[in-house]
Design a protein around this ligand. Structure first.
Ligand code: FES
Length: 137
């Protein structure tokens, strides 16, 4: 069992890079770690500018999807022991920037319906029966 594992992370900063580039980080090899744990170690201990998305850490939300050793995986579900027999892992993460046009509603949308929306008919908590019926069919 190696003491450390090397993560080669694809990074791209439009302000300074003309091409995506690999950056190499050495992290401790912990058999109970997922790739997401290794990335969080890098962010917390080595380079706080490393950015990637994750949320639930349970394989539910899908936000930690990335290329790991050439295949799509959820970083919170991919064990470091499964992908690092050679002690090296390649990770490609698509990191959205503030103002990225591919995320137009990120800061304006809400997962909850609001009072006054078509879903509510009378007051908070009452759901419009017609809207409910439409969702069920
Ligand atoms: S963090 Fe939600 S699926 Fe990985």
């Amino acid at each position: 069992m190696p003491d450390n594992v090397i993560l080669e992370v694809v990074r791209f900063s439009p302000e300074s890079d003309t091409q995506p580039r690999f950056e190499t980080f050495e992290v401790p090899y912990r058999p109970d770690w997922m790739v997401l744990d290794a990335l969080n170690y890098i962010k917390d201990q080595i380079d706080g500018s490393l950015t990637f998305r994750w949320s639930c850490r349970m394989g539910i939300c899908g936000s930690c999807g990335m290329m790991i050793n050439g295949r799509e995986w959820l970083a919170c579900e991919k064990r470091i022991t499964d992908c690092a027999p050679t002690g090296r892992i390649q990770v490609s993460v698509v990191c959205p920037k503030n103002g990225d046009p591919s995320w137009p509603s990120r800061n304006t949308s809400s997962p909850q319906p609001k009072n006054g929306s078509d879903l509510f008919c009378c007051r908070e908590g009452k759901v419009n029966p017609a809207a409910t019926e439409a969702m069920m069919n």
